[in-house]
Design a protein around this ligand. Structure first.
Ligand code: SF4
Length: 402
């Protein structure tokens, strides 16, 4: 959710100046025809072991190797015998974890990655690492009492993509301009996270990382793969679903399915609201004509929230369109009327070529926040991260073709 962008210049500089690492693949499709293990759950891995004539416990060894220890090559999984590893390679099996093809680093420490998924697919997706988060998690109950930042990135956030392109057509978003190219597989979604954790040597369980499924695509239009990835990340990688947030544009059947997920694997939910009423929302998010605000809120009510959990309403401020004081008052009324434990995250719109909106006036976002807060709605500003590398919210759109 919420990604846009196109190759362009920022403050007179080409984005390519920020490229710090390019991984060149000389062997175009070296793995074509090989079978990927990354993305498979225990049952499927047990089937692979059985195919090889190996006992079922091998599935656990493979899962631990590729998900917990983040090994990207079968030969590194030394809990498996050499003979088994050889047999796996001969049968065309490989780990097949997504690879980072290109890294852009912002002056603020944010990194944006072009990630290649399944072998043979030249389409890349974008994943973003924000070493100090973006303040979007503030007030969501995930900061334990007395917990203090120990390291610069102790609150790091990874923004994850769920599709290549998007079919939803939000008018302020550059990803929409790509249209939907394809759904990512569960392995490609979870793989973005594992690859980035690996790059930063994150110790899962000790260091605090939040995931936001807010990159390219609408997760609830790729529901099974999205939830498949979440299950792998929770059950195999060891991340907490309470430190994950999925943002939807308001796909009602998806929200209803999501409400049925057990709390052990259910991320927190954010609704991309972006307008104070149906009339304006239908203009900026045509999807609203199908599922208006009341229908979305009704579906959200079905989610059984954990203690202290809140629903997030994401709100992109578009200059002159959704950023006026009367809009803030209307949003406050709307949020209060839902009766849900909720908070609002405000995001100043990031400009993109060919998108007919303007940024809010300087000070406008803070003024908007003050109105909402005064009306009793907990409201946070999402800090724009990585603007100079087009990693900021609404700026993801394959800035370099993969
Ligand atoms: S078009 Fe809408 S749903 Fe799709 S990525 Fe953009 S903001 Fe998210």
């Amino acid at each position: 959710m919420a990604a846009q962008h196109e190759k362009m210049h920022y403050a007179g500089r080409s984005v390519s100046e920020n490229v710090i690492q390019i991984v060149t693949r000389t062997d175009e499709q070296p793995d074509a025809g090989r079978r990927t293990l990354f993305g498979l759950g225990r049952t499927e891995l047990a089937a692979v072991a059985a195919e090889l004539g190996e006992p079922g416990f091998r599935a656990s060894q493979i899962a631990d190797g590729i998900y917990k220890h983040r090994l990207a090559d079968i030969n590194e999984i030394t809990t498996l015998s050499k003979a088994m590893r050889r047999k796996m390679s001969e049968r065309g099996l490989k780990v097949g974890r997504p690879e980072i093809l290109q890294v852009f680093r912002s002056v603020d420490g944010t990194e944006r990655y072009l990630v290649q998924g399944e072998s043979g697919s030249l389409q890349t997706v974008e994943t973003v690492w924000m070493p100090e988060g973006d303040e979007g998690e503030a007030g969501d109950g995930s900061q334990e009492e007395g917990e203090e930042a120990q390291k610069a990135w102790s609150r790091a956030t990874i923004c994850v993509s769920s599709q290549v392109g998007c079919a939803v057509n939000c008018q302020f978003c550059l990803t929409a301009k790509l249209g939907l190219q394809r759904n990512l597989t569960a392995g490609e979604i979870a793989g973005q996270v594992v690859t980035v954790l690996d790059r930063h040597g994150v110790e899962v369980g000790r260091e605090r990382v939040n995931l936001v499924f807010m990159g390219m695509g609408e997760p609830f239009l790729n529901y099974d793969n999205f939830m498949g990835a979440v299950r792998l990340l929770v059950e195999e990688v060891g991340l907490s679903p309470q430190r994950m947030t999925v943002s939807t544009s308001g796909i009602v059947p998806g929200i209803e399915r999501f409400a049925q997920e057990p709390s052990e694997v259910r991320p927190k939910l954010a609704i991309s609201l972006n307008a104070p009423n149906d009339e304006i929302r239908s203009e900026v998010m045509p999807l609203n004509r199908k599922w208006p605000i009341a229908a979305v809120v009704d579906a959200v009510r079905q989610v059984k929230l954990r203690p202290r959990e809140r629903i997030t309403f994401e709100y992109v401020l578009l200059g002159g369109v959704t950023d006026q004081p009367e809009h803030a008052r209307e949003v406050a009324r709307l949020v209060r009327r839902t009766g849900l434990p909720a908070k609002v995250n405000l995001i100043a719109w990031n400009p993109g070529p060919g998108i007919p909106f303007s940024m809010p006036q300087p000070g406008g976002v803070e003024a908007f926040r003050r109105v909402l807060s005064a009306e009793g709605v907990p409201t946070y500003l999402r800090r724009p991260r990585g603007r100079d590398i087009y990693a900021a919210c609404g700026q993801l759109k394959r800035t370099v073709e993969g």
